[in-house]
Design a protein around this ligand. Sequence first.
Ligand code: ZN
Ligand code: FE
Length: 266
Amino acid sequence: MRVVPVPQLFDNYAYLVIDEQSSEAGVVDVSDAGPVAEAAEREGVTLVAVMSTHHHPDHVGGNMDLLAMQPDGAMRVFGYAGDAGRIPGITDPLDDGQDFELCRPGGSSGLRGKAIFIPAHTRGHIAYWFADEAAVFTGDTLFAAGCGRLFEGDAAQMKASLEKLASLPDETRVYFGHEYTQSNLAFALTLEPGNKQLVKKARDVESLRAQNLPTVPSTIAEEKLTNPFLRSDSEELRASVRALSGESAVDDVAVFAATRRLKDNF
Ligand code: ZN
Ligand code: FE
């Protein structure tokens, strides 16, 4: 498998997920079909599937345009079964934990993945996990050093969704929906200035962004060390959150909720 990030709109990423055996590719989260079709052409691959993480227009806004560029019935569209009504063009609704194969409709061999239900940013958000390839596509739930806003869920639900992702193998590469890494790290540093891995990651990311390079992928291991939304057991973070929020948050969910509120206003 080869993954090619395709910049979309202002700071979104779509991803071509290429099967090098067949030169077929799926694409995660199409906001703008043109650049995705161009990227597929440039890479010499045939698009066979869209993998939509959630219904927001900056993630599915290009689905119908991309379908219209292909022969009828040439592409699958995956999305969460419980939110099928909001995923344009959906052909293959997926439930939590359901296996799927990245291949053209009627085809049978391609990269194998699994849907992971991770609600809270929206109530129908899923991740696409390719265990054999050690890669996960997390949309607007898990970002490098951050997480999505709570539009259709609460802090407890987001915390549980992030923990599901954090339980994947450490070496799993994390491909996220937005290039928010630099500002996420700036926020994280206000909470854990003493976290050496965080300081190092901020420095690495600063140099990537200075060259206008994407900060994808991260890894599950890196996120556990640097993402404030996976670190409610850090004493330094808990003390900072209490001091900055003025809340006497004690349990993990309350710390998480206070961290999310601080980030909303950062
Ligand atoms: Zn979103
Ligand atoms: Fe988004």
